[in-house]
Design a protein around this ligand. Structure first.
Ligand code: IDP
Ligand code: MG
Length: 152
């Protein structure tokens, strides 16, 4: 099976509600590995590039205001079928329609306050990772774990 990388954002609503650890934990428990992470306040230009597919949609201005309003945790997660696995773990965009047990169903408040972003496919994932991270900020997980003492 193919090992993939996906971009995850723990959005400002999750950070403000103290849910960063809970959300990260759910991805880790699904077996996804952190290969890069940074806690940051997002520049408007990066937010616009990230959400470029939504240009023209009525919710975009509010979404850009929200995502740049306070810090978020940006991460690259890696694993077999990581892109789809992360989307399943997140649940559908609208928390009211998300599958029970998913992050958004269990913890999300509304479509606008749905806690988390995850790349939606094999085209968007590398594009988004390159936007948010320099290659030098990402770990070669296989090489790194050769030095680890604990098997997992
Ligand atoms: P996704 O995050 O599940 O991939 P997208 O359709 O790509 O969903 O939308 C990006 C983000 O924009 C959503 O996570 C949500 O926060 C916000 N959004 C999407 N549709 C609406 C809407 O109809 N009203 C308000 N916010 C929306
Ligand atoms: Mg999306």
């Amino acid at each position: 099976m193919a090992v993939e990388r996906t971009l995850i954002l723990v959005k400002p609503d999750a950070v403000q509600r103290g849910l960063t650890g809970e959300i990260l934990s759910r991805f880790e428990k699904r077996g996804l590995k952190i290969v890069g992470a940074k806690f940051m306040r997002v520049e408007r230009t990066l937010a616009e590039q990230h959400y470029a597919e939504h240009v023209g949609k009525p919710f975009l201005p509010g979404l850009l205001d929200f995502i740049t309003s306070s810090p978020l945790l940006a991460m690259v997660l890696e694993g077999e079928r990581a892109i789809e696995l992360a989307r399943q773990t997140m649940g559908a965009t609208d928390p009211g329609k998300a599958a029970p047990g998913s992050i958004r169903a269990d913890l999300g408040l509304s479509v606008g306050l749905n806690l988390v972003h995850g790349s939606d496919g094999p085209e968007s994932a590398p594009r988004e990772i390159a936007l948010w991270f320099d290659e030098s900020e990402l770990i070669d997980y296989k090489q790194a774990t050769e030095q680890w003492l604990i098997e997992s």
